[in-house]
Design a protein around this ligand. Structure first.
Ligand code: SAH
Length: 217
């Protein structure tokens, strides 16, 4: 719809480009993916606002700027195999589908995994592979990955992710306490060598699982 594409253009201009995102492929991808389809219909009108939004099950779709920062940090050229932890709405997976060759995404909540599958198919992103599982152990059968993106906050970097990166591969992950984290990029520079960069402060819902946080009732 026309009004949504205008809102989307404004979102990209004001929240993504104006704040320093320069990767043209990320910019183009965010201009293409219909973000309003990935939120509940009642929130459609807010889909292009500068904020995360609830998607049910106490989870959120990330703020557009955060999606842009994380996507850019993965430095994708188009031929990569990527793993996302935390499918949620499926929005970030759709952006990744336009940036990389193969996209795998893990989600632990059945309702969210099911709904993301439907929306991704409706929007033409059938190539995204979703699996219902605790993603704190990565996805061994599909490894190695050129890039791994974790969209929930972890208490520390799980060793599984480091092991499942290709040499040269990038892991982008929020690490900290349950309420606030630091977004890190870890690059596997050799078989047993990793380089860590701190990107920015952030607030994600917790990564819950065996090698993450415990679920709270
Ligand atoms: N990338 C999502 C944002 C999702 S919010 C989007 O674009 O909408 C974080 C998601 O991580 C939630 O859906 C939550 O259920 C999921 N999650 C948390 N811990 C997880 C785990 N151990 N394995 C898989 N998914 C997990």
């Amino acid at each position: 719809m026309r009004s949504f594409s205008i809102a989307r253009r404004r979102m990209v201009d004001e929240q993504v480009v104006a704040r320093g995102i320069v990767d043209q492929r990320v910019i183009d991808a965010m201009l293409k993916v219909p973000r309003h389809k990935f939120v509940e219909q009642a929130l459609e009108g807010k889909a292009y606002q500068d904020a995360p939004l609830p998607i049910g099950e106490k989870q959120t779709i990330s703020q557009p700027y955060m999606v842009a920062v994380m996507s850019e940090a993965l430095a994708l050229a188009g031929s990569e195999t990527v793993l996302e932890i935390g499918t949620g709405s499926g929005y970030q997976a759709a952006v990744l589908a336009l940036l990389a060759d193969r996209v795998f995404s893990l989600e632990r909540i059945p309702f969210l995994a099911r709904r993301a599958r439907i929306v991704l198919d409706e929007c033409g992103f059938g190539k995204v592979n979703i699996r219902l599982a605790d993603g704190t152990q990565g996805w061994q059968e599909m490894a190695p990955f050129d890039a791994i993106l974790v969209t929930a906050g972890a208490p520390e970097v799980p060793q599984y992710y480091l092991d499942q990166l290709t040499v040269g591969g990038r892991l982008v992950i929020p690490v900290g306490d349950r309420e606030s984290q630091l977004l890190l990029r870890v690059t596997r520079t050799g078989e047993n060598e990793y380089q860590e960069e701190q990107l920015l402060g952030c607030r994600f819902v917790p990564l819950i699982g065996n090698h993450g946080w415990q679920e709270r009732s």
